[in-house]
Design a protein around this ligand. Sequence first.
Ligand SMILES: [Zn+2]
Length: 86
Amino acid sequence: MIESQSPSGCRRCGRPERNHFTWYTATGKHVYEPPTQTQIKARMLSRRASRRAENAAVEANSAVAARLRAAADLLASEDRPPSMSH
Ligand SMILES: [Zn+2]
């Protein structure tokens, strides 16, 4: 899973300033550079979107679990011997 980026993380690598120091990327080493307003905004939006996606996934899982429970109940009731009285 992708580590959630801090909106104020480095412009070049996204690491937060407090534990950035000198960081090496594929293009070489660099020091923390504050992100642009556009980057901050984009990161906040993507964070919000991924949080929403996580919530949706949790809801979908619990919906599936509820359906499985209902199916199990149905199977359990079908296992019961038929009633003798009609
Ligand atoms: Zn960086």
